[in-house]
Design a protein. Structure first.
Length: 239
């Protein structure tokens, strides 16, 4: 008769649970011995379970007990995890500059607030775009292009000896404060829309400070000002 332990091990290799395999073989052995008249040999089921368990572990190349092995991961779960990892890696690696990059309305106004003129901003924007387009390798990859532009503008302003424009409420003469609803504000908003598709920001009073009273190329629509004398009407005399 085959060794009881070997029989248990064979059942386990066939996919049977170790505890169930040991129990079935033990019962079959006892039942067979009684039917053939062979003297009954006591079987220690617990010992057989332990020996079967040990044999199964030895046959397992990973050394991990069958019942403690990790649950298989479905292809869908793997795909979702890989997708999340790729998105995370992409965000942490940053991006290269857009070949058609140009400063947004807020980025453009940041340069104005740093004291640069319109022509200087346009020149620096072209230099900034061309420099980073031509930068090879990881040096041309940035996480935040707005922050990169702001650092570039600060360095340029320092080299040119420019000072940031005064904020609202400052009595210094730098820049012009376009009040809410004024023609100057409307003119600057139209200029911003033409350059970047957006209007300029507003402060708590509804206005904003600009480098000059009027944007480049704008012709004021007002024909008279309060400070100009208004000619007196000419009266006709009776003949």
């Amino acid at each position: 008769m085959a060794d009881v332990g070997d029989m248990v091990a064979e059942l386990i290799d066939a996919g049977c649970d170790p505890v169930v395999a040991a129990t079935v073989v033990a019962r079959a052995f006892v039942s067979g011995a009684n039917s053939t008249g062979i003297p009954r040999i006591p079987v220690d089921a617990a010992a057989e379970k332990r020996r079967a368990y040990d044999r199964a572990r030895k046959r397992n190349s990973t050394g991990i007990p069958p019942e403690s092995a990790e649950t298989p991961v479905s292809p869908i779960d793997t795909k979702i995890k890989n997708s999340k990892k790729q998105n995370s890696d992409r965000a942490s690696r940053g991006t290269r500059i857009d070949p058609d990059w140009k400063p947004s309305s807020s980025e453009d106004h940041f340069a104005i607030q740093e004291g640069l003129s319109r022509s200087e901003i346009d020149r620096e924007a072209a230099r900034f775009r061309d420099y980073w387009k031509g930068r090879a390798g990881s040096g041309g990859v940035k996480l935040d292009w707005t922050a990169t532009w702001q650092n570039w503008i600060r360095s340029t302003a320092e080299k040119l000896g420019r000072r940031p424009l005064a904020s609202f409420g400052d009595t210094s003469p730098a820049g012009f404060y376009a009040a809410f609803g004024s023609e100057e504000q409307d003119a600057w908003d139209e200029y911003g829309k033409a350059k970047s598709g957006k209007t300029f920001p507003r402060d708590s009073k509804g206005g904003w400070r600009h480098p000059t009273q009027w944007p480049p190329g704008y012709t004021p629509q007002r024909q008279t000002h309060l400070s100009e004398p208004v000619p007196a009407p000419r009266l006709r005399t009776m003949q």
